[in-house]
Write a new protein. Structure first.
Length: 305
């Protein structure tokens, strides 16, 4: 007696559009031209991150590529556990997101800082809350087991001994998240999961207080300005500095204080006269728009040619 067996259907090939995108010759060429010998490691790292996140696997491959390229341009590792930079899915796109350790890394590279810290603050540690004359803390006081922070504190000291600090209460941080993140607002209204603000609140709180302090009071290097602008954006072009902010149509404006036309003209004259450089202007706190920066960079290149 012969027993008939039903032929086994061939295993269905898993469709991985991001890998297919990265395998394209034009993309491989782009990666190799920018990263040279690190190209293979870069591709492997990005694909591992994408493969571990269902929403990223279904995100626009170009947005993933550009977010990863932004991290590579800033020389910040993307491994999630390190806290330097992340690729975050949002409504079918991938956003570049800066970690607070990434901010510290970029500040260290600028050579402007002696000290830069961001820490959670617990009830017994806050002695005096005085935004005019300075805050006073007792860092010897340790939190109780499972005690929640009452706020978050950032501080820096420059090599010229200038110092600045910022303290935000926990409610300040929550208000900031609700104001500037549509994802978090949706979560508060009972829709969605809230994203990184819910999944890793402390890391976002530390980044927020540090980013606000640096953006408002510190001399930002060109690299730091680029990182702040790219943060929480869908990167359209990492090299040209073109960004879109689908989750946040307000926050980008808070950190871009464009130089007015009169001051911009003076900056151009100073560069033309050889009195200063674009790097010096940025290091001294001028925050140019992308168009202004490109114009000054072109002027400087023409003068040095």
């Amino acid at each position: 007696m012969t027993t008939e067996t039903t032929p086994t259907a061939p295993a269905k090939k898993t469709h991985f559009p991001v890998k297919e995108f990265f395998d394209k010759p034009v993309i491989q060429e782009k990666i190799k031209s920018l990263l040279n010998k690190n190209a293979d490691a870069f591709t492997t790292s990005v694909l591992q991150i994408v493969n571990s996140n269902t929403m990223l696997r279904n995100a626009n491959p170009m947005s993933i590529f550009n977010a990863a390229l932004m991290a590579a341009t800033l020389n910040l590792p993307l491994q999630n556990g390190l806290g330097f930079a992340y690729i975050v899915p949002y409504k079918g796109q991938a956003q570049f997101q800066l970690g607070y350790k990434g901010l510290i890394q970029l500040a260290q590279r600028s050579g402007q800082f002696k000290r830069l810290v961001a820490v959670p603050v617990y009830e017994k540690q806050l002695i005096t809350e005085d935004p005019i004359n300075g805050f006073e803390f007792d860092w010897k006081q340790k939190p109780e087991k499972n005690e929640k922070p009452i706020g978050y504190y950032a501080y820096f000291k420059l090599i010229n001994d200038f110092t600045a600090e910022l303290y935000m209460t926990e409610s300040d941080i929550y208000e900031h998240a609700e104001r500037y993140s549509q994802t978090y607002r949706s979560y508060m209204n009972g829709n969605g999961k809230g994203g990184v603000w819910v999944e890793n609140f402390e890391a976002m709180a530390l980044k927020t207080v540090m980013k606000l302090l640096l953006s408002k009071q510190a001399p930002l290097s060109v690299e730091m300005q680029q990182a702040v602008l790219a943060d929480q954006s869908v990167v359209k072009d990492a090299e040209k500095g073109e960004f879109d902010y689908p989750d946040n149509q307000i926050e980008d404006a808070e950190f871009i204080l464009n130089v007015n036309e009169e001051d911009f003209a003076k900056c151009k004259q100073s560069i033309q006269a050889g009195e200063t450089t674009l790097q010096d202007l940025c290091d001294n706190g001028f925050e140019f728009s992308q168009q202004q920066y490109a114009e000054l960079e072109k002027l400087e290149n023409e003068l040095s040619a």
